[in-house]
Unconditional design. Structure first.
Length: 300
């Protein structure tokens, strides 16, 4: 299969790996979505659009997404070095396949991290993970021990970079102090219906650490497009106004708003049109005041 890279790859941080400027994540995939055919279709679409970076976690798709994706990747003609893989552990969810998990909770212990990395390598059929992340903060774990294990896993070559998901500024600082090697990404929720990262310091600290914000739910789980509530309607109205100017879809403008601050959208949709709208956003160059007009619309 020929890979067409239409997006120029960029550095995730000043020390981090190169990734596609949009990243595809499987965080919204349900149990019934996890088939070889469906994952293969999305995988090939992403490659056609120039997206070569894929985000996983042990829990996605009822704890089965990594394994099916590994089958797709190993059966394809794509070279492993041409694909960038994220995966993560820490958040656990009740599921019929995991009767031991009674409640949604976080486990960041060293034992869980070691087991999760080894399991992810096995399921993804790879010798290394490009970026391994702690999926949420566990206040009960001995974070210094966890940081030590992450360093050792990096030294062994099993993981090449370390990231975090939804860490507050102080949690980010605490892990950094123990880790003593750079954290290359913090996945945060950021979109025109959730701009809290501007207020709680996450955006500022991410940039202070020379990282790019990685925006999960960049289209607010479809609420910008589908909600009839007052605020989404107001935001959508402004987006549609600008979409007419730029001759594009309003969802592309919503993504262009994120790109303006250097954020990388983490795509979670299984809707092919929505994935294409996100890819089209890279052709939209919002003016300075237009960015603030959208920001104001999100706040009013």
């Amino acid at each position: 299969m020929e890979i067409f890279y239409s997006m120029e790859k960029i550095y995730l941080s000043d020390v981090g790996p190169k990734v596609s400027p949009a990243i595809y994540g499987f965080y919204r995939w349900k149990d019934e979505d996890i088939t070889v055919a469906k994952i293969e279709k999305i995988f090939n679409l992403c490659l056609d659009l120039g997206i070569n970076t894929f985000d996983h976690a042990d829990i996605y798709g009822g704890y089965q997404c990594e394994e099916v994706f590994g089958k797709v990747l190993s059966a394809s003609s794509v070279k492993r070095e041409d694909v960038v893989l994220f995966t993560k552990c820490g958040l656990l969810l009740p599921h019929p396949s995991r009767p031991d998990v009674r409640i949604k909770y976080n486990n960041g212990t060293k034992e869980h991290v070691i087991n999760s990395i080894d399991n992810s390598l096995l399921k993804l059929k790879t010798d290394y993970i490009d970026i391994f992340l702690l999926n949420g903060f566990d206040p009960l774990c001995h974070l210094e021990e966890t940081a030590y294990v992450l360093r050792k896993m990096k030294e062994s070559g099993k993981i090449r970079n370390i990231g975090i998901v939804n860490f507050s500024v102080f949690q980010h600082q605490l892990l950094s102090a123990y880790l003593e090697i750079p954290i290359v990404t913090n996945h945060i929720e950021l979109n025109l219906l959730n701009t809290s990262a501007f207020d709680n310091g996450q955006i500022d600290y991410i940039k202070q650490r020379y990282m790019r914000p990685l925006a999960t739910s960049p289209l607010a789980q479809g609420f910008i497009a589908e909600s009839s509530d007052k605020r989404p309607l107001r935001v959508r109205g402004k987006l549609e106004e600008l979409a007419n100017k730029y001759n594009t879809h309003f969802e592309s403008v919503a993504i262009a708003w994120l790109l303006k601050i250097g954020a990388l959208p983490l795509i979670g949709s299984t809707n092919e049109s929505r994935i294409r709208h996100i890819a089209d956003a890279f052709d939209v160059k919002l003016e300075h005041q237009e960015w603030y007009e959208l920001y104001q619309a999100s706040k009013e």
